[in-house]
Design a protein around this ligand. Structure first.
Ligand code: CDT
Length: 304
């Protein structure tokens, strides 16, 4: 079907001491609630299994490793995969990936209702800094703890019963970059899934703190409209270890309209019925790439 219900499963804060089993139980409860509302696809946030650890300066390599997943699924994340099969839903999950070769990525996967991983994405735009900056109320060490993603912006054909479409992913800071959305749009994405952990306070420009919700919605809805696609954008929200993270999870249409929005900063499921055929309202008109795009004039976009 090209018309189906999607869900965003916003997470409230995850405490530093909260273990993965507890986070997974919270997510399984939301997946069950979403399936009860008819959802065929459930989107979880960025780094959804743990507290947002890049806020801490971590020197001990073993302590850093403890925040990462070395296999997926693992014994502790398997209940998510089993719930997907039991409920007949696909899901999107963000987590910290440590590969066999010792490489670290801020990763998201797309899992089908058969419990198989259909697609993987590794975050390209890593925000923050590399060194310890004790003047900040909290660190943002993604540039230290992760490598830039090496998979580009792939798009996956689902062909699942109930969900037939081209799905892409990005992660948090990626959503602020028009290039992310355009490359996904050029790849034919009809629905983009993304998670985020966005502090309300931006230490480098605190005068923008009141704009965090606005910039989130502006980025997602512009990406949808300018590329004629749907998005499910999902927060980890609330006061997590003293750091306030914005909520504002949303489902946005190719017209740029928000069709569902979270009201809280806690665990919360939002749902909407979407129709992938509505992408054509934009893609066959104002943003008909084949007819109107002028790539010969866009050279500086790809120049280093
Ligand atoms: N997780 C993530 O990418 N967060 C950033 C925070 C701002 S940059 C320090 C974001 O773009 O929302």
């Amino acid at each position: 079907a090209r018309r189906f219900v999607v869900a965003g499963a916003q997470l409230g804060p995850i405490a530093r001491e909260e273990d993965r089993a507890s986070a997974v139980a919270r997510m399984v409860a939301m997946m069950t609630e979403a399936a009860g509302q008819g959802a065929k696809l459930v989107v979880f946030p960025e780094l959804a299994l743990t507290s947002f650890f890049p806020r801490w300066w971590i020197e001990d390599p073993a302590a850093l490793d403890a925040w990462f997943e070395t296999e997926m699924p693992s014994p502790v994340t398997r209940p998510l995969f089993e719930a997907a099969v039991r409920l007949g839903v696909g899901f999107h999950l963000g987590y910290a990936e440590l590969t066999r070769e010792g490489r670290r990525f801020n990763t998201a996967i797309l899992v089908g209702p058969d419990g198989a991983i259909l697609g993987k994405y590794r975050k390209v735009h890593l925000p923050g800094h590399r060194g310890h900056e004790p003047w900040r109320p909290f660190q943002h060490l993604e540039k230290r703890y992760f490598e830039k993603g090496d998979l580009g912006f792939p798009v996956f054909d689902t062909g699942w019963s109930g969900v037939s479409g081209r799905l892409g992913m990005c992660v948090c800071n990626d959503r602020r970059w028009p290039e992310t959305w355009r490359v996904l749009g050029l790849g034919g994405a009809e629905l983009v899934m993304l998670g985020y952990n966005t502090p309300q306070h931006y230490p480098l420009a605190p005068e923008h703190d009141h704009l965090q919700y606005f910039h989130n919605e502006l980025s997602v809805t512009a990406g949808c409209y300018q590329n004629g696609l749907w998005a499910v954008a999902v927060a980890k929200a609330g006061v997590e270890e003293g750091c306030e993270l914005i909520g504002g999870s949303m489902i946005a249409a190719p017209t740029g309209e928000v069709v569902a929005r979270a009201a809280s900063s806690a665990d919360e499921v939002i749902c909407a019925e979407i129709d992938l055929d509505r992408c054509a309202e934009i893609r066959a008109n104002i943003f008909d790439f084949a007819r109107h795009r002028q790539p010969q004039d866009y050279g500086p976009i790809t120049a280093a």
